[in-house]
Design a protein around this ligand. Structure first.
Ligand SMILES: Nc1ncnc2c1ncn2[C@@H]1O[C@H](COP(=O)(O)OP(=O)(O)O)[C@@H](O)[C@H]1O
Ligand SMILES: [Mg+2]
Length: 402
């Protein structure tokens, strides 16, 4: 059914015409006695349209009619009166081209009379048939089933599209990273003037820019690819046994240069005898790098950053990065966890980034069964905590398990 894939595709609409049954109408002048006889003769007839010269004027419901008619003296009172005395004068009348959704809405909106009375179908105002609610329900159920099938088809299609997007990005990743690594590698080599001095002097500055821009671009590409992987549900854990204290020291060494450049101070507070954890080493390193580089990036010179790891009462581990930086406005704390969200202000505008660091960090923490919390006070500082559950903590006294 390729038709379903075109954007203009619309669900086929069933109209009132298809629901209209050719129930023989009665004229307004027909007596109630005759109506009673017909109702007796046709036990399947639930409703009877009253039509005057082709135009519907009312509807007789078997139940309502019988209740009044068979009442004591009913026959004496109504027997000779025209049926208009006992008919519903305001039945639901719909045009032959009305859709099931419209009819349904009208029947649902009814107050007073029963939707079981059904509805009269007209074309150019003239009676063409009687529609029953039961038939409408059956058709609605079928339409809803087809709608559900169509939604399911679209869901599968979206999934397939997302799958090929991931494939495409994985392919692009290689195509982008290979030349970029050459650019970064050679720029680095030239920057260090390994094979001799670069002339003229200003080229040294350019080469440094090429190197810096290349590193930045590679970082952005990596984040985008990871985000795509998370969205495609392809974020696998490669578990290992890690020493959180060692990881903290390693990451602090990695970031030493930018800490010095930012002129901030980093304190590491890791409890002694901290248990090891079972986690994806690369992801834990990136969680630490992301949180620390945010703290470095958003803390003005002279500020303080604290990295701590501690055991929790529930047996889990808490990893926290606190800073004395610019803080995040209260209404933005939830937002910055969404992809590409960055807080706009004069300070952040000068700091490059993709706005993917926190959402990726959150996804990586959650992939470990943990959760992330941000607390922040504007102009005072920010504390981001990552919690890892007790299942991630290795509790054994032996040191040679890893
Ligand atoms: N420690 C922090 N202090 C102040 N603002 C922060 C901090 N960490 C994150 N933010 C805000 O959250 C935004 C999103 O962070 P992130 O997802 O890491 O993206 P990026 O670092 O690429 O901008 C940042 O742009 C910044 O506005
Ligand atoms: Mg960041």
């Amino acid at each position: 059914m390729s038709r379903a894939f075109s954007p203009e595709f619309r669900m086929p609409t069933t109209t009132a015409r298809a629901l209209a049954e050719p129930v023989e109408p009665i004229a307004p002048a027909v007596t109630c006695a005759d109506v009673f006889d017909r109702l007796l003769a046709e036990p399947g007839l639930l409703n009877m349209p009253v039509v005057d010269d082709g135009r519907p004027v009312g509807l007789v419901s078997r139940q309502d009619f019988m209740l009044v008619y068979v009442r004591l003296y009913g026959r004496e009172i109504y027997g000779r009166q025209p049926v208009t005395a006992l008919m519903n004068r305001t039945p639901v009348v719909v045009d032959a081209n009305a859709s099931c959704d419209e009819i349904n809405a009208r029947l649902v909106d009814l107050d007073g009379s029963s939707p079981l009375q059904g509805f009269i179908v007209v074309e150019n105002g003239r009676y063409i048939g009687l529609g029953s609610s039961v038939e409408l329900m059956r058709v609605m159920a079928e339409i809803n089933m087809r709608r559900a099938e169509e939604l399911e088809r679209q869901r599968r299609r979206a999934e397939a599209a997302s799958e090929s997007k991931t494939q495409f990005l994985a392919g692009m990743s290689h195509e982008l990273r290979t030349p970029l690594n050459a650019i970064i590698g050679f720029a680095d080599l030239m920057r260090l003037e390994l094979f001799g001095k670069i002339q003229p002097e200003c080229y040294v500055e350019y080469v440094r820019d090429i190197h810096g821009s290349g590193v930045h671009l590679l970082h952005m590409i990596n984040e985008l690819l990871d985000m795509a992987k998370i969205e495609a549900g392809r974020f696998d854990l490669h578990e290992d046994v890690l020493h959180p204290a060692e990881m903290c020291d390693e990451v602090a060494r990695m970031l030493r240069q930018s800490i010095e450049t930012a002129r901030v101070r980093l304190d590491i507070r890791v409890a002694k005898e901290l248990p090891r954890m079972v986690a994806d080493e690369q992801q834990i390193r990136r969680i630490l790098v992301n949180l620390l580089s945010n703290a470095i990036k958003f803390t003005p010179a002279g500020g303080r950053i604290t990295l701590s790891v501690a055991e929790r009462a529930d047996g889990g581990l808490e990893l926290a990065v606190a800073d004395t930086g610019i803080g995040i406005p209260p209404d933005k704390i939830e937002k910055v966890l969404e992809p590409f969200e960055q807080v706009e202000n004069s300070f952040t505008r000068t700091r490059a980034g993709t706005g993917l660091g926190l959402p990726l960090t959150k996804a990586m923490v959650e992939a470990h069964g943990g959760w992330l919390r941000i607390e922040s006070v504007l102009d005072k500082g920010t504390r981001v905590r990552a919690f890892f559950p007790a299942e991630r903590v290795l509790r054994t006294s032996a040191t040679n398990v890893a």
